[in-house]
Design a binder for this molecule. Sequence first.
Ligand SMILES: Nc1ncnc2c1ncn2[C@@H]1O[C@H](COP(=O)(O)OP(=O)(O)OP(=O)(O)O)[C@@H](O)[C@H]1O
Ligand SMILES: [Mg+2]
Length: 256
Amino acid sequence: MSAAAAITLDRVAKRFERGAAGDSELYAVRELSLSVGAGELVAILGPTGCGKSTTFNLIAGLIRPSSGSVRVMGHDPYDEFDWFRGKIGIVFQSDRLMPWRSALDNVALGLELNKCPREERRAIARAWLERLGLKGHADDFPHALSGGMRQRVGIARAFAVRPALLLCDEPFSGLDAVTGDALRREFVDLVRETGCTGIFITHSIEEALQLGRRILVFQRPARIVYEAVLDPDTSRDSRAEIRAEIRRALGGDGIP
Ligand SMILES: Nc1ncnc2c1ncn2[C@@H]1O[C@H](COP(=O)(O)OP(=O)(O)OP(=O)(O)O)[C@@H](O)[C@H]1O
Ligand SMILES: [Mg+2]
């Protein structure tokens, strides 16, 4: 385990009860150990239902492990949830905006919780909306925005707090190809610029190759069955080999 580890999972299990009577159980995560260094950008791929979102929720402190330990920046994300306020930016699979707040006020939410003064947080939120191509939509409410626009507001909201840790669960999946590509580049630039640690879940091998400096493939119950490390200089041949290995690890379940 590295001293600079931002995230450490040590033999983590998450068990859910099943059925109306709760008389059977299912392990979404079992014996998962994982260490992510500060500033690392990790992509997680895996078939549907293998436990990616459950792992994500454990790291985000939204659920408590059944056994094992989860440490994020040296703290327990579930028991010390408040300590993480303003330190973690989260982009969910769905946009999860507050319908009664304008786009600008949604983006400014994390800053508001951090007690950033009103004018300053509005200026920061406006700049993020512009950076994500939403100039002119600051005063629109979520219902008046398209799905892709709402997702971009969600991304702006996560980035606006300049988090030490960015957690993204399929952040770009609802976007068209052009917007998705532009946002992926923004995402990589931001992570590089701020030195934050990033974990993102994706269903796309190409997206994982484009974004991840480390790629993990999960199988059910959440465990690592393949791991690759790459950087921008990784050759085309090596990438092709990694792509083939990922496909094998996924078990050819049709993921593009
Ligand atoms: N709150 C819950 N209660 C009971 N079972 C759950 C709960 N959350 C997840 N599960 C189960 O745990 C398993 C893993 O679910 P999870 O959402 O982590 O998968 P995933 O890898 O994110 O899938 P997808 O790619 O479809 O988003 C599934 O079988 C799911 O039904
Ligand atoms: Mg999921």
